[in-house]
Design a protein around this ligand. Structure first.
Ligand code: TXA
Ligand code: MG
Length: 383
């Protein structure tokens, strides 16, 4: 069904929230801001409402949704009656809720329809910190299922304009809350493992370092291990047994080709290409003048060197200082969507260090990029 042009509103007034809550309660979808990315919400307790999310996004039905709550009472309603929340989960909630952390819990299948959990025994729950998101959930009076508000496979939206451009005609209301602060999705964590360890299923807004430090602070030598999947989703083992169903799909891809430029030391079986040769090849394969989008830290040596090559129109979207990966996180999806919308021929992204927010950034970059190249920048060995 087409709803025509969705309304975009910047007055986050009670009236707008009221209207959005009414739409949600009449089983429609509403796009709303969270601190991570914009979400496409529907009541999490109703399978018709939830099915509208899947059709608007073109989302595969085996990829479960996160239920967003505004209070602990709302969380408890989703869980089996009398369920005692494990200590690791309680600690994580105490420190990171509300915020960009999603936790798995055993689901109550008589309350949570299986379309939300894709038939899994667990339900993923998050309490967002964004005031509009919190107010909307509270006003609606029910948990809201919300994936990122983009067509399946595209980068996640961090501004209301991104949502409008992508989902125009497919959803009835977008609440404009300005740009998202975190810029990448929440960290999805499984703290229910029988070995007591905590598994990060999807790196995100809460860093592994944050998780480690909080568990150490609370439990000292008894702190659980934080296990992270660093493997790419294209990894075959991962494909066969994805830990979080969303990981197996192609993701975050703009319409134009994306190449990851790796500047770290290559593995022994790979020879890095001199930067000049790489740029020459780009030019040789182009028909007219190339316009190339570039996402790189503002103080990166690669950025300075590559944009000095003539014969290419460079369109740079800086990712903030190397020392601040949180800025790269905030700017990555915006950069991919903005450059894609500007009609560049291709997008290059420079690798950043997989530390703190950099881990989540590189997780998304690896999925967005169709290919990656190791680049050598020393001019002495060019060609
Ligand atoms: O920041 C976010 O998490 C955003 C905002 C809108 O809150 N939402 C979001 O939702 O990123 P989505 O649907 O794009 O990603 C949800 C991820 C997927 O990778 C999915 O497979 C995983 O969470 N997930 C959901 N339920 C799960 C479950 N029961 N077990 C394992 N993974 C689950
Ligand atoms: Mg998503």
């Amino acid at each position: 069904t087409s709803f025509g042009k969705p309304e975009v509103t910047s007055q986050s007034t009670q009236a707008v929230l009221q209207e959005a809550a009414e739409k949600l309660n009449s089983l429609q979808t509403v796009a709303f801001p969270t601190e991570t990315v914009y979400g496409l919400g529907a009541i999490a307790l109703d399978s018709t409402a939830a099915s509208r999310i899947f059709s608007a996004k073109g989302r595969p039905p085996d990829n479960p949704l996160i239920a967003h709550v505004s209070s602990m009472d709302m969380l408890r309603r989703l869980l089996p009656e009398g369920y005692i929340i494990p200590q690791n989960c309680s600690i994580l909630m105490k420190h990171f809720w509300p915020g960009p952390l999603t936790l798995l819990f055993p689901t109550n299948p008589s309350i949570v329809p299986p379309i939300i959990t894709a038939g899994q025994p667990t339900v993923a729950v998050r309490m967002p910190s964004h005031p509009i998101a919190r107010a909307l959930i509270a006003l609606t009076g029910a948990p809201i299922a919300a994936p990122s508000a983009n067509s399946s496979g595209k980068p996640s939206p961090t501004r209301a304009e991104h949502v409008l451009k992508d989902l125009d005609g497919k959803i009835s209301l977008i609440i404009d809350g300005g740009p998202c602060g975190v810029g990448l999705e929440s960290t999805v964590v499984d703290a229910l493992q029988s070995d007591g360890n905590i598994r990060v299923l999807r790196p995100g807004g809460v860093t592994v370092e944050d998780l480690e430090s909080v568990m150490r602070q609370e439990l000292g030598d008894h702190a659980p291990k934080i296990l992270v999947h660093r493997r790419d989703y294209r990894d075959e083992v991962m494909e066969q047994s994805p830990t979080t169903p969303g990981m197996k799909y192609r993701h975050y891809s703009p319409t134009v080709p994306v190449t990851l430029l790796r500047t770290s030391h290559p593995p022994s079986d790979i020879r890095a290409i001199p930067l000049a040769s790489f740029v020459e090849t780009l030019k040789r394969n182009a028909t007219g003048e190339l316009e190339v989008g570039l996402l790189a830290p503002s103080d990166s040596p690669l950025l300075a060197k590559i944009t000095a090559f003539s014969g290419i129109r460079w369109r740079v979207h800086p990712l903030g200082p190397i020392a601040h990966p949180s800025v790269s996180a905030q700017r990555l999806f915006d950069g991919l969507l903005t450059l894609d919308g500007a009609g560049v021929d291709l997008i290059l992204i420079e690798e950043i260090q997989e530390e703190r927010e950099g881990l989540a950034v590189m997780n998304r970059v690896n999925k967005a990029a169709g290919e990656s190249k190791w680049i050598r920048m020393d001019s002495s060995c060019e060609r």
